[in-house]
Design a protein around this ligand. Structure first.
Ligand SMILES: [Zn+2]
Length: 55
């Protein structure tokens, strides 16, 4: 399926069997998390779990 990146607005290819909690890195460099949205899923930026990225 194809969802919209909440950061850059471009389409993001997501596996049809993607589950909430799954993490996808978009071409724009944003790390996105699959979250529940009503009957389906949507994407949200994963900014809040970036504590160990600056090695
Ligand atoms: Zn993006």
């Amino acid at each position: 399926m194809r969802l919209e990146c909440p950061v850059c607005g471009l389409p993001v290819e997501v596996p049809d069997d993607a589950l909430p909690g799954e993490v996808i890195e978009h071409d724009c460099g944003t790390v996105l998390e699959v979250v529940h949205d009503g009957d389906g899923v949507k994407l949200k930026p994963l900014d809040d779990i970036r504590e160990d990225w600056g090695e």
